[in-house]
Design a protein around this ligand. Sequence first.
Ligand SMILES: Cc1ncc(COP(=O)(O)OP(=O)(O)O)c(N)n1
Ligand code: TZP
Length: 537
Amino acid sequence: MSSPKKFDLSVYLVTDSSLLPPGATLVDHVLKAIRGGATIVQLREKKMATRDFIKLGRELHEATKPLGVPLLINDRVDVAVAVGCEGIHVGWDDCSYEDARKLLGDDKIIGLSVSNKEQAEKAAAAGCDYIGVGPLYATKTKPDHSPPLGTQGLRSLLEYIATLPGPEGSHWGGAWGTKVPAVAIGGINLDNLHHVMYQSVSPQHENKKYLSGIAVVSAIMASPEPEEVCKKFRKMVDEVPPFAVRQSLYIELGNAKFKSIFQNVVINRPIVHHITNNVVKNFSANVTLALGASPIMSEDMSEFSELAAFKGGLVLNMGTSTREAQPMLLAAVKAANAHGNPVVFDPVGAGATSLRRETASMVVGNSFCDVIKGNEQEIMAVYGLDNVKQRGVDSDPAAAGSLEHKITHAKALAVRERNIVVMTGNVDIVTDGSNVCLCNDGHGFMGDVTGTGCSLGSVIAACLAANPLDKFVATCAAVCAYSAAARVAAGKKDVHGPASWQVAFLDTLYQLRHCREDAPQKGYPWWESLAERVEKR
Ligand SMILES: Cc1ncc(COP(=O)(O)OP(=O)(O)O)c(N)n1
Ligand SMILES: Cc1ncsc1CCOP(=O)(O)O
């Protein structure tokens, strides 16, 4: 048990002098990092002889102490005692917490590593000052690391920790897990930091930030610009990520609002980058054009960053994806995330094969997807339910749950991912985890023309890109308009079957371009009643 201490874990620099760029010295590098915004430092030198470790520790402490930045020593209590620094970080093969506390005294900071529930329970029982949770991602910096948690594993471990009581009579007051400062560690860099911070927030604890900060080795130690890198880390730890999906209690679902969503598509003409399956590329491009947005197909990683700089949307459809394509899919989402561009992920067939499950969980666990759109079994497979048996890419009607059951699963995934989930079916469900909208529309021809399910992703992405502050309403508008257009097209006099319907469907979607309030309403009033077809739960 320990007394409360004041320290800031926002950007926790863990050193490794073997990674320093040529010509750099450890103390100078750390000082630059502190100037950029590193708030606490751990001297972690795995291969250094004790005498050198102590010498370097003293030298570093002389530099950090006047700046008020705590210096901790990795693993070695003897070195920490000799240096007289502010504390240590220990793992489970090192000196025990109790022994370290006895040797260091009550006023020193002691941090413990946590990689699983058992370690979390022990750390809670000890009542240490903070925990380092990881490894989040695989990293070469710690070759002997345990299996990476991924963001989903991190989130569920943090959620579990939040339930743990602290040591009796301690300042944690019996709610250790909701109070103990925690940092994530392992593979964290400027590309994934926003995602890590965003997804570690607990919806069950009034959106409390679970993480007090992040601990980083290579992204700072190997950088030739530690000051600049730390400035960016510090800003990203504090700010709301650009891709955040705002949840609001009040959502405007009127016809005028829906029309404004499509108006903004025509006005902004967003680029929609598609990585989609071979079967639907042409149709998805035409659907995107019909709305007034601009489709582009690219599977070449070298241009993703430039494409993302156009500030459009990304459709990621894993319909005909391969194992070799996994890094390419991830690179596309990361480029979109880095620019705050909306991502619509379509985990086609996620419940059908292990490769698809693996790809879906790799995308969702390593990036942020504003919208995950899939049928019931795809959504359940992404949620991680092992018993999902999807036959091919379609939802199996025999395995279908009740509407309430579907809503529960769609909401659970949206809550976990802090995003929007669209579960397509007889009734389409759109939810951000708290708001739920149902859309009961469409036409049977949709099932007879390949690509109609996938191209809904293009419409959602165009609407999100053109309405970035209204992501939930934009998604509802996209889903409702798409299925209403299917019904309206099927009723046209020249439509005799799926082929003529497909043509009429594109024409009907094209009419949405004219739904501007100031445009003459020449016999195209079908969008006027869109909002009336939405049931808000
Ligand atoms: C902040 C922080 N968290 C976790 C660790 C890992 O410590 P440990 O498990 O002791 O592994 P090594 O660092 O000794 O390889 C850490 N060092 N810092
Ligand atoms: C010390 C440690 N503990 C878990 S992962 C890790 C290394 C993190 O290094 P990096 O930030 O370079 O991935």
